[in-house]
Write a protein that binds this ligand. Structure first.
Ligand code: ME8
Length: 637
C-alpha cells in the first residue's frame, strides 16, 4: 500500500455560543469521513481535527455579558463543545484551542515570517466595521448600508493597523483554482469565489489596536496590537500539526482537506491559501463546502432564537438515528430543512422498518431454526453482486463527500436483501433443507457486510449488529474490501447469532402536527385542566412487560437498567427503583410499562419507557403488576 494519508478539519467554533445543530452537523460529517478513511487506510494514516476559536471581539463581548473573564469563559464553553462531541461519540484525533500556548507561539512565528519577507505593512484604514462579523465591509458589499449577514448598520472606524498584501497574490490564486478544478467543491462555491476574484482584492487588515481590543494574540513585532481573529484562527490547521518542524505536519499536511459551511467560504478560499503561499507552505488539497440547515426556512441562528440542541435530539432518538438523519437528509453543498417530524419519519421508515426488521427477521429465524448456530454452509454469496455494487458506489460517493448517496447505496443493499428473503421465503421452508440454510446464511453474511459498511455512518448500530451476529472484533486497519471479506470479522464459514434485540424502536407519532399555515386545531376535545378525556387517556400506550434482565447502573444508587420484553420486542428501561428492588429481584417479574413515552437518556443510557409504581404518603414504593400472569405485550385498557 502507498503511504497515502488523510487529514480532515472542521472549522474551529466560536465559543460565544454553545453547540447547536449546525456545529454538530459539520463535526458529525467529519467524524463519518474520518471513520471511513480509517477503515480504508488504517487508523494511523488518518488525522481528524476540530476545536474552538476563542479570541476576538465576539468572545470578549460574550464573556463580559456572562460576567466572566474571557479565559474562564472560553474554558467553560470550550469544555461544553468537547463534552458534546464525546457524548455524540465523535472521534477527533485532536481538539485544538486557540488560547493554547502552542497555538499562540505558532501564530506569532507565522506573522514574524511573513513580516520579515515583506508581506505585511503598517498603514491607516477607514472603513465600515461590523462587530458581528469582525471585519470591515466595502461600500459595495453592504446592503442598504447594512451588514448583509447581521442586518445591522456597521460602525465607521478609522485607525492605524497592519495589513497583509493579499492583492499581490490574487493572480496566483486564480491560476491555482483553475489549475486544480476541485480545489473548492462543489463547483457552485468555486464559481462564487472566482466571481469574487474578478474584482481587485484588497489587502487584509490583520491587527486590532490593543486600545480597542485586548483579547487576542499579541503581534510579535508591535505590542500595541493584537492579531485579527481570522488570521489567528486559520493558522490552527497547521499549528495543530506542529508546523513547521512537526512530524505530523510533514505526514498529514500534503493530504489536507477542510470541511466548512458556506458562511465562511471567503476566509477559507481566499485569505487562507494566500496566507499559506506567503509563508511558503503548499496550499491545502480541497476545500469541501456544505450548505446550511434551516429551520422552517429561516437561517438558524442564536439571535433568531431558533436553536436546535444536538444532545437533546440524540438523547431523545438515539445518537445513530440523529446522525443518520443529518447524513441522509442533506445533499452535500445544498441547504436543507430541519424538522423533528422529518427525523422521526426517517427513523421509522429507514431504520426501524427497513434495516431493523431485516436484521431481527434473519436473526430470529436462525435462532428458531438452528438454535442460533448456522455452520458449514457452502455458499453465502447469493447477494455478492449487490454487495459489490454498494461498495463501489460508497467509495465513489465518499470521494465527493456525497454522504447521502453513500447511505443510499447501503439502503439499496438493504432492499436487495429484503427482496431476496421475500422471494425465497425461508420462513415457509423446512429448516433442514440445504436451500433454507443457504438463504439464511447468505442473508446473515450480507448483514455482516452491511454492518461493516455502516461502521463509519452508524457506529453504535454497526457494533450491535456485529455483536448480534456473534462477532466481537471490530475491523480496524485492514482496508474496506478486506474488512468485508476478512475472517477477522467473523469467519464466513460459520454464523452464530446471539440474543436478538430490536436495533431501533419505532417512534409512535399519534398526534401529527398541523401543517404550516393552517390554524392550530386542538388535538383533543377540551377538558377542565385537572381532568383528562378518554381520548387523552387512550394516547397512553400502557403494556404488560416481562423483565428479562436487570443490572445496577454504575455511578448511581437509585437507578437500575432493565431489559423488558413486550410481545416481540425488547426495550431498555431505566427505573429509579433500585433501593426498593435490587437488580436480582427483577428477572421474571411482570411490570406495567408506559410504552410510548418519548425516549430519554439517563446516565448515558437511553430509556425506552417507564415502569409504574405506587407510592404512599410515607414514601413507601411498591411496583404495580398484573393480578395474574398474562402474555408480555398485552395492552392495558
Ligand atoms: O465561523 N448549518 O465559527 P462558528 C450548517 N470560528 N452548518 C452550520 C450552521 C447551519 N445552520 N451554523 C453553523 C466560525 N454551522 C469561525 C470559524 S475556522 C478557522 C473559524 C457550522 O462557530 C458550519 O460548519 O460561527 C459553519 O461553517 C460553522 O458552524 C461556523 O461556526
Amino acid at each position: 500500500m502507498s503511504g497515502e494519508t488523510y487529514y480532515l478539519t472542521t472549522p474551529i467554533y466560536y465559543v460565544n455560543a454553545t453547540p447547536h445543530l449546525g456545529h454538530a452537523y459539520t463535526t458529525i460529517l467529519a467524524d463519518t469521513m474520518a471513520r471511513f478513511q480509517r477503515l480504508r487506510l488504517g487508523p494511523e494514516r488518518v488525522y481528524f481535527l476540530t476545536g474552538t476559536d476563542e479570541h476576538g471581539d465576539k468572545v470578549a463581548q460574550a464573556a463580559a455579558k456572562a460576567g466572566e473573564s474571557p479565559q474562564a469563559y472560553a474554558d467553560r464553553i470550550s469544555g461544553i463543545f468537547q463534552e458534546t462531541w464525546k457524548r455524540l461519540g465523535l472521534t477527533p484525533n485532536q481538539f485544538i484551542r486557540t488560547t493554547s500556548d502552542h497555538h499562540k507561539r505558532t501564530v506569532q512565528r507565522f506573522l514574524q515570517q511573513i513580516y520579515d519577507s515583506g508581506d505585511i505593512y503598517f498603514g491607516e484604514y477607514g472603513g465600515h466595521y461590523c462587530f458581528g462579523c469582525e471585519r470591515f465591509y466595502t461600500e459595495k458589499e453592504l446592503q442598504d448600508g447594512k451588514c448583509p449577514d447581521h442586518q445591522t448598520a456597521p460602525t465607521f472606524i478609522k485607525e492605524e493597523n497592519y495589513f497583509f498584501r493579499m492583492g499581490k497574490y490574487q493572480s496566483w490564486l486564480i491560476d491555482h483554482i483553475h489549475g486544480h478544478p476541485d480545489f473548492i467543491r462543489p463547483d457552485r462555491y468555486k464559481n462564487e469565489v472566482l466571481s469574487f476574484l474578478k474584482d481587485p482584492l484588497e489587502d487584509l487588515c490583520i491587527s486590532r489596536p490593543r486600545a480597542r481590543l485586548e483579547w487576542g494574540i499579541p503581534i510579535p513585532f508591535d505590542e500595541q496590537f493584537v492579531t485579527y481573529v481570522w488570521f489567528d484562527a486559520l493558522i490552527n490547521y497547521i499549528s495543530a500539526l506542529g508546523w513547521p518542524e512537526g512530524e505530523e505536519f510533514r505526514r498529514f499536511w500534503p493530504a489536507a482537506q477542510h470541511l466548512i459551511a458556506k458562511d465562511i467560504l471567503k476566509p477559507h478560499a481566499i485569505y487562507w491559501p494566500i496566507m499559506l503561499k506567503a509563508a511558503g507552505i503548499e496550499p491545502y488539497g480541497h476545500l469541501n463546502v456544505h450548505g446550511y440547515w434551516k429551520i422552517e426556512e429561516a437561517k438558524m441562528s442564536k439571535s433568531l432564537g431558533k436553536v436546535v440542541r444536538p444532545l437533546d435530539l440524540a438523547g431523545a432518538y438515539g445518537r445513530d438515528a440523529f446522525r443518520y438523519f443529518l447524513l441522509r437528509e442533506m445533499t452535500f453543498g445544498l441547504d436543507a430543512s430541519f424538522s423533528e417530524e422529518a427525523l422521526v419519519a426517517r427513523l421509522n421508515a429507514d431504520l426501524a422498518n427497513d434495516l431493523g426488521n431485516l436484521y431481527s427477521r434473519v436473526l430470529k429465524l436462525i435462532e428458531r431454526y438452528y438454535n442460533g448456530a448456522l455452520s458449514d454452509r457452502p455458499d453465502g454469496g447469493g447477494l455478492s453482486g449487490a454487495t459489490g455494487a454498494a461498495v463501489a458506489e460508497i467509495g465513489a460517493a465518499m470521494k465527493r463527500f456525497a454522504f447521502s448517496e453513500a447511505l443510499g447505496a447501503i439502503w439499496d443493499l438493504v432492499s436487495a436483501t429484503n427482496k431476496y428473503l421475500v422471494t425465497n421465503e425461508p420462513w415457509k421452508q423446512d429448516p433442514g433443507d440445504a436451500r433454507t440454510k443457504t438463504v439464511l446464511f447468505t442473508a446473515a453474511e450480507t448483514l455482516r457486510k452491511m454492518a461493516v459498511l455502516l461502521m463509519p455512518f452508524l457506529p453504535d448500530t454497526a457494533e450491535r449488529m456485529l455483536q448480534g451476529l456473534g462477532i466481537d472484533a471490530m475491523p480496524t486497519s485492514i482496508g474496506l474490501e478486506e474488512a468485508l471479506a476478512s475472517e477477522v470479522v467473523g469467519s464466513p464459514r460459520e454464523r452464530r447469532v446471539r440474543e436478538v434485540r430490536a436495533l431501533f424502536p419505532r417512534i409512535e407519532t399519534t398526534s401529527p402536527k398541523p401543517s404550516r399555515g393552517t390554524k392550530e386545531v386542538p388535538a383533543f376535545p377540551e377538558a377542565p385542566p385537572d381532568q383528562i378525556t378518554i381520548e387523552e387517556f387512550r394516547r397512553l400506550d400502557l403494556r404488560v412487560g416481562e423483565v428479562v434482565e436487570a443490572e445496577a447502573v454504575p455511578g448511581s444508587k437509585k437507578l437500575v437498567r432493565l431489559r423488558v420484553r413486550l410481545k416481540d420486542e425488547e426495550r431498555t428501561v431505566v427505573a429509579g427503583l433500585r433501593e426498593q428492588y435490587p437488580p436480582e429481584t427483577w428477572p421474571g417479574k411482570q411490570v406495567i410499562l408506559v410504552a410510548n413515552l418519548k425516549p430519554t437518556t439517563l446516565m448515558g443510557i437511553q430509556s425506552q419507557g417507564m415502569v409504574l409504581a405506587a407510592e404512599d404518603d410515607a414514601g413507601r414504593i411498591v411496583l404495580l403488576k398484573p393480578e395474574q400472569p398474562i402474555p408480555p405485550g398485552s395492552k392495558i385498557r
